[in-house]
Design a protein around this ligand. Structure first.
Ligand SMILES: Nc1ncnc2c1ncn2[C@@H]1O[C@H](COP(=O)(O)OP(=O)(O)OP(=O)(O)O)[C@@H](O)[C@H]1O
Length: 305
């Protein structure tokens, strides 16, 4: 409550000729939070980021970053904003320290080199040439350059694409430390685990529109919070556990697992049936995302018929 709004998007529409890529998008990002902009391929995330970064003007609606129009007053907000570019034009022959030193010349009030290297966890490779870095180290160097000017807001477009799980987790920890220091992050990612780990709030987009929006807990909770799975050799009545795909394995979406489990165990007891491999799992953001993508496919199929 009461935290400053750093990004305000209200009714944003983005057209490419006669194609409407983003329809009436609205959301806010507050100081010190991570906001995840998620969505299927072509949903409009990059187009939205382009507008917020001031590279593209909205076709309709309004966008404010620190209270100003980013396309018209880019120089005013630039010192407060960091953008992580994909491979930010390094020379492969420079070392990590030399690259940061070169970049510092273009950055007002830049962090000391040691501080930024520490922040992005590149201490061990300070004297390594950029061309020899691993993919994860290289992405953390991109990150170092984006945060060199101590931005209050960081735009991250798929920061860990192509990294192995260990390198990805290392980047998450680096980002977590930055957020603990008060930075706000607007993140796009295709990794739902990443969004669930890092984001406070998310918006899931599909074909230019937001279809789910809220805190990670709200978005997951609103979508059948849990899944109950089990195996039963005896056929379970549909009203107890829905339909099994293979006649043995059951997966029941549940907003009230206690009541659903009670009904299931009560039936098993009375029928003398054996339930095995019983598991109750809280749904993840990935489950919600897949459901959204399925709904979108269904809507397209329905329209085609
Ligand atoms: N310059 C352009 N001209 C015409 N159409 C474009 C242009 N840029 C993007 N589009 C279209 O607009 C839609 C949204 O694209 P955008 O890149 O914003 O989606 P995205 O959510 O970032 O997708 P992805 O997850 O695949 O990166 C897509 O249908 C894309 O083909």
């Amino acid at each position: 409550m009461g935290r400053e709004t750093v990004v305000e998007v209200d009714g944003l529409r983005i057209d490419y000729g006669s194609f409407v890529a983003v329809h009436g998008l609205s959301f806010t990002v507050r100081a010190g939070e991570v906001f995840g902009l998620l969505g299927t391929n072509g949903a409009g995330k990059t187009s939205t980021m382009d507008v917020l970064e001031g590279y593209r003007r909205p076709s309709a609606g309004s966008v404010r970053v620190f209270g100003v129009d980013p396309a018209q007053q880019r120089e005013k907000i630039a010192p407060r904003v960091g953008i992580m570019l994909q491979e930010a034009g390094f020379f492969d022959d420079l070392t990590v320290v030399e690259s940061i030193r070169a970049w510092r010349r273009f950055t007002a009030d830049a962090m000391p080199i040691d501080e930024v290297i520490d922040l992005v966890d590149l201490g061990k490779v300070g004297n390594t040439r950029v061309g020899k870095l691993s993919g994860g180290e290289r992405r953390r160097l991109d990150l170092a350059l984006a945060v060199l000017g101590r931005p209050e807001l960081l735009f991250l477009d798929e920061p860990t694409t192509g990294l192995d799980p260990q390198a990805r987790r290392r980047t998450w920890r680096v980002l977590e430390n930055m957020v603990a220091g008060g930075m706000a992050i607007l993140l796009t990612t295709h990794y739902m685990e990443e969004a669930q780990y890092l984001a406070d709030r998310v918006a899931i987009m599909d074909r230019g529109r937001i279809v789910r929006h809220g805190s990670v807990g709200e978005v997951i909770g609103a979508d059948h919070g849990s899944t109950v799975t089990f195996v039963s050799e005896a056929p379970v009545p549909v009203e107890v556990a829905g339909v099994s795909e293979d006649g043995r394995h059951y997966a029941l979406s549940s907003t009230d697992p206690q009541a659903d489990l009670h009904r299931l165990l009560d039936w098993a007891h009375r029928a003398g049936a054996r339930i095995s491999e019983l598991e109750v799992r809280r749904n993840s953001l990935e489950d919600v995302f897949l459901r959204v993508a399925d709904e979108a496919d269904l809507a397209v199929t329905a329209k085609e018929h």
